[in-house]
Design a binder for this molecule. Sequence first.
Ligand code: HEM
Length: 302
Amino acid sequence: IAVRVLLGLHLEDGLRKVRMSLVPIFLPQAKSHIGIRAREILHSAMEKIIEEKLKKQQTSDYCDAFDYMLSSAKEDDYELTMQELKETAVELIFAAHSTTGSASTSLILQLLRHSDVSERTRAELEKGRRSRTHVPYLSLEKLNQLSYLDCVVREVLRFLPPVSGGYRTVLQTFELNGYQIPKGWSIMYSIRDTHETAEAYQNPELFDPDRFCTDRNESKTDRFSYVPFGGGVRRCIGRELALIVLKTLAVELLATVDCTLATETYPRMQTVPIVHPVNGLHVFFNYRTHGVERNRRESTHI
Ligand code: HEM
């Protein structure tokens, strides 16, 4: 879906299962080697698909992210190379789709684990709603008014940040906590460790959306204590979109269904390459009608 919507590309069935490597080093004995090979297969297939797409004339008004990328490069009199196109395509698929998918799963998991949080979010949603039978009309303004929902989404991204960290090249020697970091080094900053150890947070091991409520707002004193989207000039460009997607998902779910776990125990979480439950999250969705459950049950594997 991400490939089609973002890039207007159609991957052959066989390629859907190709897993991309996120580790940019070649280790013959390690699994990253398999990943790098898979990425080569993906890149060469993508090259063919991109060439076909470039040949085709734009026949409809619909533009995908790929079309925008090409036209904005053209505006700057720049022609993107095939390598740049392929890398951008893979980056967009991973950066936009896997991250939001991971955060959506974590959001549902945390709502399941914390029924008090679900109920408070639902109560906020139902405030000012004319009828209990329909999903409220969602405008951006309405979403922005849901302050507790904002705290919940922010806490999900602190507690289970989809991306564990990022890479940087040191341009200038600097000192951090008494350690000298030399110019030219490649370093990794850890989002997870930051969220688990930053002094700004009271009991960081607890899932506590209230830490972001206006009177506490624990991350306000330290600019880099809350970094689910990275920081600085290379901060995530999809941040606002991702927050809207996550809040919309929460509103839709809380307004229309009750979720229950379809397995006996909560799944174990894995953090590599991106935070996700081992073997997925299995959930029953029970439709809500007039506050009463309709006798219809659907189990979904997220
Ligand atoms: C919950 C969802 C998301 C999370 C947690 C997330 C997280 C991140 C992180 C940690 C980075 C690295 C920033 C850095 O190096 O400091 C990043 C970069 C990026 N993200 Fe996201 N992201 C999300 C959604 C999206 C979406 C929806 C899009 C596009 C529509 C997107 C596009 C990008 C791009 C293009 C970059 C590279 C920016 C650059 O290198 O300048 N992301 N994201």
